[in-house]
Write a protein that binds this ligand. Sequence first.
Ligand SMILES: [Zn+2]
Ligand SMILES: [Zn+2]
Length: 316
Amino acid sequence: MSVRELVVLGTSSAVPTRHRNHNGYLLRWDGEGFLFDPGEGTQRQMLHAGVSAHDVTWICVTHFHGDHCLGVPGVIQRIARDKVNHEVRAAYPASGEIYWRRLRNATAFADTDVISPRPVSGEVVRWPSGPVTLTARPLSHPVQSYGYRVDEPGGRRMLPEELTRRGVRGPMVGELQRRGSLTMPDGSTVTLDECSAPRPGQSAAFVMDTRLCDGAFALAEGVDLLVIESTFLSDESALAAQYGHLTAAQAGQIAAACGVRRLVLTHFSERYTTADEPRFVDEVRKSYAGEVVTARDLMRVPVPKRADYQIQRATK
Ligand SMILES: [Zn+2]
Ligand SMILES: [Zn+2]
């Protein structure tokens, strides 16, 4: 069965707290596993979350601040120790190559040859990966930072009532899907377009340390699931601007402008506790009416089912 969900491994910015580990997020998408920003302690959080080194097919680092990458050595050494035998691609800002090399080879260990670096530069980079495409775009932060997005290609879904109405049944359905049209016994033509509707692909975006910028909006455009940093509340907006971070209000503005379906807030400053979570939601609510999750460690957040989407569209 296909699984499309976010496994939250850590939710704290800068330093871990008693309740929040450094960042770490595994997006499980059918057979792919995108490990975003493994901060310190990610290997152990994976154990707590019930995910294994074998589940990882990509390591995607947004930038080389420690809370986003200090877990890279542990995760790679675990991949080696557990003898993962599929390729694990690693995307990271090319400008941080020196940091990547240090993290990749941080200590002595029996190395693996499955790690395949994909340094990122420029305005947009895309990689096909199994059933989806992974896209990277630049964000705006004191060090170079890239956000990521996963997209499933769009397709078409068959409309049973239209098929029945035209007498298309059994193996004829498959033939219609393959050929795009059918000639019926009475000589009439039935087309795929009139018996099906566009089915948008599902998508998820991961926007970490950044100010408001074009890249954040482009990454979040129309996604089903947006995981986004909201380090501060608005009363610390001067700090947010100074250090290149978003407030919860700004995260909500992005989600609203981009038509996001499910919003996951994370990367919280250590000054906040879980008791402050409703304040983050209140700020988001000033602009965004969709579903909001304030992430906690070890939470699992499903990518919203496409069926929900069809219902929403149908009732509009
Ligand atoms: Zn950070
Ligand atoms: Zn940072």
